[in-house]
Design a protein around this ligand. Sequence first.
Ligand code: ADP
Length: 752
Amino acid sequence: MILIPTYNTVVLPGSKIYFRKEYLQEAGVEKISVGEKVTFLYLKEPKDKDITMEDIYPIAVAGQVLSIDDEGGANLEAFNRINIEYMDFENQNVVGVQRPEIDDLDPQSANTMLIGLRDELLNYVTKFQWGLMARGYVLAWKNMNEVMVGLSPFMNITPEEKYAVLSEDSTKARAELIAQYAREFMAINEVSEEAKQAQKELHEKAYREDAIKKQINFLQKALDEMHPENISEVRKFEEKIENSGMNETARKEADNVLNRMKQEGKDSHEYGLLYNYLDFVTSLQWKKEEPKDIELDNAMEVLDREHYGLKKVKKRIIEQLAVMSLNKKQSGSILLFVGAPGTGKTSIGKSIAEALGREYVRISLGGVRDEADIRGHRRTYIGAMPGRIMDGMKKAATSNPVMVLDEIDKLAISYNGDPASALLEVLDPEQNNTFTDHYMNVPYDLSDVLFVCTANSLDTIPGPLLDRMEVIRFTGYTALEKFSIAKDHLIPKAKKKAGISEENLIIEDDTIKALINGYTMEAGVRGLKKQISSLCRYAAVELVKNNKEILDVKPEDLQEYLDQRPIRHEGILEKKHAGVVTGLAWTAVGGEILFIETMLTKGKGNIKITGQLGDVMKESVDIALSLVKSIYPEKSEVFEKNDIHIHVPAGAVPKDGPSAGITMTTAIASLVNNIPVSPEYAMTGEVSLRGRVMPIGGLPEKLMAAARAGIKKVFIPEENKDDLKEVAEEVLNELEIIPVKKVEDVLGIVLI
Ligand code: ADP
């Protein structure tokens, strides 16, 4: 007698079963021979040693060895069930009685059931790759019990459920239970197989995709190495986007555009647009620059090295840098440099960048009238472009350049929106960390940019914009300052640019002075710089073509070398004339003197005005006439019996603004009293109908012009006295300044 314990496989009466040699050995069966009796014990838990009655279910099956094959495996046959009463596993001994079957299934029905179930099983197994092999097994099952024995190792049911089949006495009920379990098995496996299959397919697809991508990358790299000049644009952008450090929104947008670029392909007309966009956004610097320590001494040195004078301006700049340093910020208040052209506004902006060790970009706002110029065009427009601000950021290629916004007073408002309001957003520290250019369509952080604006005058700058900025005035240079600037900065630079060495070209001091006084008329040094460059070019030709070693430029050579006649400045009048008075004007190019000429002709009290005066100046004429009539009532006959002709010569000076009021009044008073005014005097000031002299702008520039023209005494409005602080000492030394409150104060002095 051999005891064969089984765990997962139930052996049922009337079935045949094969055990491999290894299985038998594990079950403790050492030796086995054909015809030997066996008992199949059904284990509750897996176990192969010291098996006791507790380990097994009480019903077992008796059987016999049918045959043994070459590998040592055995074919066995099960006969009937037994109720075990005693079992000694060690001695392979079992005592029990046969358990009767209730045979209530007629052979016909049994067969029908079997065939039905087998068909279902055959149908089921064909769905699988292993189905062909399984078909043989299924066809070999000769009764329902064999079906159970064959399937039980694969069934996902508990040992108790399997034992329920074994312990069922009714053959019919048992067959039905087997059919039920078999169908459940098929259903469960079908679902899970389907799920498995679907998952497998998914995995396979992902895996395939991955593998293909890797292969493409590999091949592309190999290709790139062979032809580095053709590295695909898409790949280039992929890498650039990856390394750009873009914020999340920008990254998404760039990825979207890149995907479209891939889909469109090179021949599409959109390709170029998509390319331009990616090229633009990947050229920007998205990573934030670390703030550097600001060394004030060094900054001052840089400012001094590049620019002569400008003491106040430099002091204010250093203050700004100190505040930034204390706040550990890369930007601060927005500075607005105001002054005539060529006074060094832009170039000191550049020096600030140099002093801070940061990039410099200059954006010209002159003539900008479209909001899109600042904020960009939406990409739906043909020819859409980023705005000037972001374009500047691209050029700077860092997150914290010093950005000079040039000519902010030349912004124009037009039907295409208000560029000034767009600029407000750029300059507003509350908003500019998410500045969104329409073309880019994603926010960019401008908060580390140090903005510096320049303007010639404050008049045309919109109020809200002006409120944002701190005004620093550049008053223009005196002749002496210009001389130093030319000698120390402009001439050395121009020589270097023209490739002329220091000793080859000598521009004498008198020549420089002649250049300043005779060939330029400006508050700044732009014209002077141009003239010096022309001189250097002339010298270059002389040195190269005519083999000269040294060119020494004397004042009298200038006319020939520059091929230009000296500019005629309005000089002091040589003779006194009643009715002619010198005024002072302020224009964008600096100060100038001007004359107001009046003349009486026989007539009926008509007034004739010539010299293309503006509306404000014409009003000044009316006020002056009324004032003079009221101050000199005894002269009413002069007005009645004559016509008065008023003329303001000198075409270059724009003739508008109220500051000629006092000059006009004095001229008419001089005329009607027939008392000439000494040409030593000049004056500036607005007048009211009550005869008050009111303050004017541009005093430093006007006084500079007066000194240059050789004027000795200047009347200024009392309220402008404070502005004298801005005036260079050398100018004040040459002039006697007479502050006045009323028109009579002037008339009392000059009409004697
Ligand atoms: P702005 O912007 O005021 O019109 P720029 O900055 O363009 O004037 O100056 C014109 C030229 O004059 C530049 O080459 C500049 O270097 C030079 N310049 C102006 N002021 C000075 C100065 N104080 N010292 C040296 N060079 C100067």
